[in-house]
Design a protein around this ligand. Sequence first.
Ligand SMILES: [Zn+2]
Length: 133
Amino acid sequence: MEAQTTSRKHIPVLPALINCKCPRCRVGKVYEHGAYHLFDNKMIPQCSHCGLVYEKEPGYFYAAMYVGYAFIVAELVTSGVAIGILTGSNNPWLYVIVMLSLVAVLSPFNYRYSRMLLLYFLTPGLRYRPELS
Ligand SMILES: [Zn+2]
């Protein structure tokens, strides 16, 4: 008995997610540029490789706000605890300035990866299809 071999290569989920590849074929790009490309963090509307339309209905990416909210809460709690442990300060302005600056700096990351997590794990019926890659 011989295992069936194909010329298709299985692409693991984590590198595809980190590199913002299409959730269905894991080959096509989802964004035109990198996360910190100045003033241009647009999604490509359709996968160039398999033709998947990323926004399956108008307003679909509003759901990514919930994922982004979880990111921001995690960042605020982590940075608040880190400031408390590292400085031991009781000055609330130190906490406010550092925590809000961190959230502002990470906002392109939050925007991008909240949509990617929505596409990869929270979209019903959208799965990886290795035969398309
Ligand atoms: Zn694709």
